[in-house]
Design a binder for this molecule. Sequence first.
Ligand code: NAD
Ligand code: LMR
Length: 348
Amino acid sequence: MVKVAILGASGGIGQPLSLLLKLSPYISKLALYDVRDPAGVAVDLSHINSVAEIESYHGDQLGDALRGARVVVIPAGVPRKPGMSRDDLFNINAGIVRTLCEGIARSCPNATVLVISNPVNSLVPVALETLRKNNVQNPENRVMGITTLDMVRAETFLGDYLNKARVSSVGSKQFDKRRMHKLVTVIGGHSGHTIVPVVLLKPLVYMMKPGEYDRFLNRVQFGGDEVVKAKQGQGSATYSMAFAAHRFVDVVLRSIQRMPTDDAGFTPAYVQLSQLPGGAEAQNKLGAGKAAAEYLSLPVVLRDGRIERIDSSVLDQLSVKEREMLKTALPELADNVRRGKRFICNPA
Ligand code: NAD
Ligand code: LMR
């Protein structure tokens, strides 16, 4: 059984994510931590008769929240308002993630660290470099940015399209949207054009009417903006993100419990490719210099909550269009990574 800590548990994502993780059969202790005291959320959740025991911490109790944690999930930080980019959040959120990772280095240096806070493309390097700077050994095999929301959106939007268009020639009239991860995946990064949806069953693309495929791609890449706009200044995606994070954390927990999962082999995460088994192979397939593809979201194979290897087979299946999109993504990703690393390694 496993202790999981949620840092930022009082927030828009933190609260529904805490509820979903409270229901997990794989968690024995769920520690809720926030600078805004999550005591009310904790007492409320503690009345649910599921396995996980709830603990609540705030302010200077970060060390107590983290002690013994095997998995740490970080949704702490500010969300976007209309007109902002994820990059606009960097200055505030990089400082928050650095402080939290300093605490992780002190209290649970071997924990798997899952970053939700934006901009993910830059904050995963911030998390990794903070751990390294604080003498944590080989953190690259257990620090991951959660990009599952892009997968969830791609599955939902493609499933909606297929059902509306009544595409029946691939075997079924009604697509089960919970099974869509075998038809589509998303790689790259987590912002606008760095998000690269990849349709795994290529005939689906050819069946789409002109313009339909481009609309699908655009909606996945800019789905976050759709929610930010609809929430009119009240933040960004929270419920769909909590669902997506729960889905990813469940895969991590199952890898610890050695339980099979339907998502295994189909689960991308944003990681530091260059340091991981299978990473160099992925970089070679990208045909870009090592520096240009240091971090990327690609399917990861997990074991014991850690990355055993990168599975780059999806890169063998790219269409010309998907390859072009990835080529467009790489320079932006490299800039994002540089910004994150500079924040920790060469602060001005
Ligand atoms: P929110 O403002 O509702 O909640 C954030 C919480 O973090 C607040 O409760 C706040 O008190 C807490 N916090 C701030 N500083 C902290 C610190 N130092 N330690 C602990 N807690 C701290 O925001 P939200 O809607 O939950 O979004 C959180 C982050 O997740 C944002 O950066 C957002 O952009 C990002 N996000 C990422 C994805 C993704 O796909 N990866 C999806 C949606 C949102
Ligand atoms: C999303 O994709 O919904 C999140 O990254 C939040 C945002 O700012 O769009």
